[in-house]
Write a protein that binds this ligand. Structure first.
Ligand code: DQA
Length: 150
């Protein structure tokens, strides 16, 4: 059974209480349950993580690259939070690890402040999903599975 990694960046631990008008009222634990269901439907094991630390996210992406090379990991759904808009280190980590990443945002970042319109992740992501709310996590999992099967 292969694993799929859902990796969440800074402040996503605050889901549920953080700007509910933007991110909704579901918590990160709710998102994990939703991802578990989506993975189970595809016969996948879920690895669900969150970190507020850029370096830790880099390490997780390296680990994911090794697991994908070893054939145990399908890929990563990554919500890098604000590091999306700032992190050359995450860009380089994805590229260097050679890991398949679907970039995900709960909100439609392109309909928000201009500083959210640029992503360091998009050029190294296989696909980008934004604006579907937390349901986007399940859609991204389905998409990653479809891509891997194609
Ligand atoms: C986010 C959008 C980012 O701009 C923001 O910094 C986040 C969450 C989203 O899921 O919509 O932390 O990635």
């Amino acid at each position: 059974m292969k694993t799929l990694l859902v990796l969440n960046g800074p402040n996503l631990n605050l889901l549920g209480t953080r700007e509910p008008q933007v991110y909704g009222t579901q918590t990160l634990a709710d998102v994990e349950s939703l991802c578990l269901k989506a993975c189970a439907a595809h016969g996948l094991k879920l690895d669900f993580r969150q970190s507020n630390h850029e370096g830790e996210l880099v390490e997780y992406l390296h680990e994911a690259g090794r697991a994908q090379s070893a054939g145990t990991l399908l890929g990563v759904v990554l919500n890098a939070g604000a590091y999306t808009h700032t992190s050359v280190a995450l860009h380089d980590a994805i590229k260097g690890a050679g890991v398949t990443v679907i970039e995900l945002h709960i909100s439609n970042v392109h309909a928000r402040e201009p500083f959210r319109h640029h992503s360091y992740i998009s050029p190294v992501a296989r696909a980008v999903m934004a604006g579907f709310g937390v349901q986007g996590y399940a859609l991204a999992i389905d998409g990653l599975v479809a891509m891997a099967a194609a």
